[in-house]
Design a protein around this ligand. Structure first.
Ligand code: SER
Length: 319
């Protein structure tokens, strides 16, 4: 029986990955950990550990005793919040990863997943179709921690044979969980406003295109990466991982195909500076080549699904 631990299980990606892992391996084979209790009944059907991922002593104990086959280490502070608390972001993002890598070096974990991000790129990186080996040029503490984390992953793989795998996630858009503290979060909020007939004031400018991905694609890709044969994983920093690319104006337009009255305004704030430093689109052919990655869902399909799901949720919570 496969035994999996998801650390950071209360976050936007954590909740979705736990649901998919439960469906794949069974509720009993998945353990979930976070410093906050997950706000999702189904997630809580798995064994929950209240855990501070930066606490080396407790992490060592949990990982030594747990002998997990796979550990997904997702605990992190995202780009916008990280700029408000730079040292805390560095501390959380690095210690949580190193605690897991150390446990894997000891031989207590077979495979580790750790998310990187488009935030590793910056002003010196080309804007379109960024290649796998492009210049990393992060301007945020979050991005610096992801860049360093990528090299720590490769270091543990090369020096100690740790099987750690990683993806550079774009902005993730889903309806089963809420994002928090990210620069791409507008792309989730906008749908929740639209279904309530509320105008949305976007914190990025109209034409700020960024790489984005529908959550179902992101979760499927993550599980495909983790299921791939060890030898096929040639990138041990982190894979470019691409879905779609759109701007706030374009997502607004796709919402208006269904809700013609939807009103969208723009009030760019500090997050605009972060977004301006990131690329618009990535070349993910290394992922296609090594483990057959292909995204399936485009903007118009995602908009249809998001509007339906967000509408159902609104009706459910207001009735
Ligand atoms: N979605 C993340 C953020 O906006 C990027 O990885 O911080």
């Amino acid at each position: 029986m496969s035994k999996t631990l998801v650390i950071g299980a209360s976050g936007q990606l954590g909740i979705e990955l736990v649901l998919a892992l439960q469906a794949k391996h069974g509720v009993g084979s998945v353990h979930v950990a976070d410093i906050r209790v997950p706000e999702n009944e189904q997630v809580l059907k798995s064994y929950f550990l209240h855990l501070d991922a930066t606490d080396e002593e407790t992490m060592t104990k949990v990982l030594e005793e747990g002998r997990y086959v796979e550990v997904y280490q997702l605990a992190a502070m995202l780009s916008a919040t990280g700029e408000k608390k730079p040292l805390a972001a560095w501390d959380l993002n690095m210690k949580s990863l190193l605690n897991v890598l150390e446990a894997a070096r000891e031989g207590w974990i077979e495979r580790v997943f750790w998310p990187s991000s488009i935030a590793v790129f910056g002003p010196g990186t080309q804007k379109k179709n960024v290649p796998q080996d492009a210049l990393l040029d992060p301007t945020t503490v979050y991005g610096i921690s992801k860049q360093s984390g990528e090299y720590w992953c490769r270091y543990y793989h090369e020096k100690f044979g740790v099987d750690v795998r990683s993806l550079r996630y774009p902005g993730l858009i889903g309806h089963r969980s809420n994002p928090g503290g990210g620069t791409t979060d507008y792309a989730v909020e906008i749908y929740n406003f639209a279904v309530q007939d509320l105008p949305y004031s976007c914190f990025l400018k109209a034409d700020q295109a960024l790489p984005m991905m529908f959550m179902d694609d992101a979760v499927r890709g993550t599980l495909e990466l983790m299921a791939a044969p060890r030898d096929s994983i040639r990138v041990r920093t982190s894979y470019n991982f691409s879905g779609m690319s759109f701007s706030p104006a374009e997502v607004g337009e796709s919402i208006r195909q269904h809700l013609p009255e939807f009103a969208l305004e723009y009030a760019p704030d500090h997050r605009q500076d972060i977004a301006s430093s990131w690329p618009e689109s990535l070349d993910d052919s290394a992922a296609l080549h090594d483990w057959a990655w292909e995204s399936r869902i485009d903007l118009s399909e995602m908009t249809k699904v998001m509007l339906e799901a967000c509408r159902a949720k609104t009706i459910h919570t207001t009735s």
